[in-house]
Design a protein around this ligand. Structure first.
Ligand SMILES: O=C(O)CCC(=O)C(=O)O
Length: 291
């Protein structure tokens, strides 16, 4: 006879949470991630920067085209797919509470990882080098059939505006897609002049988060973040998520070019198209095996 007790049932959104997510395009969830998972993620982040990888990533080197490398110096560090290389970061993105909560918000039967983004904002940077420009995630995911993709943003510590926490434009997931949005644009104030539809107020919210809290945001929600004025670097992981039935579609970007995502080159090809259900890149996070 084994002594193991079943894993606790994951926390799920209440009816009020679902209504708030649908109204605002983002939601704060308190206490979702246990401190042990965050402690391990901190170690995993340090191991990634030290080049201490558990697995060479299929189809790419440690750094990708848009990734931070030491040659970029002291600005924002953004590194994608790190959970496929470092086990502690895999444990964070695969923490069942994330996938279960996301499935409920997206109204999906299952949730797969789309990809992760490890983000490090150096301390005391009061210029644009640490900023994340206003953008939507959807603008980078046009080859995805699903318009209910979402992101769980996980800070590894307490986080607020002073630390350069993420700012969400409430209700912007219902706006038509705007021009002038760009993750890599540093001048947030200049961007703001262009992305707001005529007559729409801009209500920016930077949630105050305690360690263990996360936010979820819809893929069409405009968001960005300002400088980290605190004494410690801001450390976090964006876990980008897809409903399990998401699949590749032929689409064009605003410039009329075929829509492309880096996943298209990394996942296996099935019937001549990228398979966004390739478990090496996009494992099923919810339901977990045995659920
Ligand atoms: O970490 C940030 O400031 C921005 C993160 C982001 O763009 C995202 O989670 O989609």
């Amino acid at each position: 006879m084994t002594n193991s007790s079943p894993a606790p049932a994951p926390v799920l959104p209440s009816a009020d949470d679902l209504a708030a997510y649908r109204r605002d395009g983002f939601l704060v969830v308190r206490g979702l991630i246990p401190s042990g998972v965050l402690d391990a993620a901190e170690r995993g982040m340090a191991r990634f920067y030290a080049g201490d990888l558990d697995a060479p990533f299929p189809g790419r080197t440690r750094y990708d085209d848009y990734d931070w490398t030491p040659a970029h110096g002291g600005g924002l560090r953004k590194n994608d797919y790190t959970s496929r290389m470092v086990s502690e970061l895999a444990a964070l993105v695969e923490f069942p509470g994330i996938g279960a909560y996301a499935a409920a918000l997206a109204g999906a039967d299952g949730i797969r990882l789309w990809h992760d983004q490890l983000l490090y904002k150096p301390a005391g940077l009061d210029d644009a080098r640490g900023n994340v420009g206003w953008h939507t995630d959807r603008q980078y995911w046009l080859s995805c059939a699903s318009v209910e993709m979402l992101t769980c943003w996980v800070p590894f510590h307490d986080c607020d505006e002073r630390v350069g926490g993420v700012s969400f434009v409430a209700g912007s997931h219902r706006w038509p897609q705007q021009r002038g949005l760009d993750f890599f644009a540093g001048d947030l104030a200049a961007q703001e002049a262009s992305f707001r539809p005529a007559g729409e107020p801009t209500r920016k919210v930077v949630p105050v988060l305690r360690r263990g809290d996360v936010t979820f945001h819809h893929c069409r929600t405009v968001h960005g973040s300002g400088p980290n004025l605190a004494a410690e670097p801001r450390r976090s992981m964006a876990v980008h998520l897809q409903p399990a039935d998401n699949h590749w579609v032929a689409a064009t970007d605003p410039a009329g070019e075929p829509a492309y995502h880096r996943n298209d080159e990394l996942v296996r090809v099935v019937d001549g198209h990228p398979d966004y259900a390739d478990p090496r890149i996009s494992p099923l996070l919810w339901p977990t095996v045995g659920t």
